[in-house]
Design a protein around this ligand. Structure first.
Ligand SMILES: [Zn+2]
Length: 97
């Protein structure tokens, strides 16, 4: 599987999630970026309306669940409905900043 991660690291101090992929790429995601990229039905609707703006500097990822085909995060704002498939994470990480 191309998009399988080799290592997942929750860098609390930098408030970043680090994923090392099997192809040698390393992607860093800020917690806010991940929260904003949530693809659950609720967040997608907010994104379409341009409402999902997150500026919570204290946002944290409390828990990371590895679902096998992707990740599910439990954010400190209570949101935990989003599932992030590997390919989606890879594309997110490859996006120019
Ligand atoms: Zn969501």
């Amino acid at each position: 599987m191309i998009f399988a991660p080799q290592k997942i690291h929750n860098a609390h101090l930098e408030q970043q999630l680090v994923i090392c992929w099997r192809d040698g790429q390393e992607h860093r995601f800020s917690y806010g970026e991940l929260r904003a990229a949530c693809r659950c039905a609720t967040c997608r609707a907010e994104q379409v309306r341009g409402h999902l703006v997150l500026r919570d500097a204290d946002l944290k990822i409390k828990k990371i669940n590895n679902l096998g085909q992707g990740l599910q995060f439990v954010f400190s704002d209570g949101h935990e409905r989003g599932v992030y498939p590997w390919q989606y994470m890879y594309e997110l990480g490859s996006r120019p900043l």
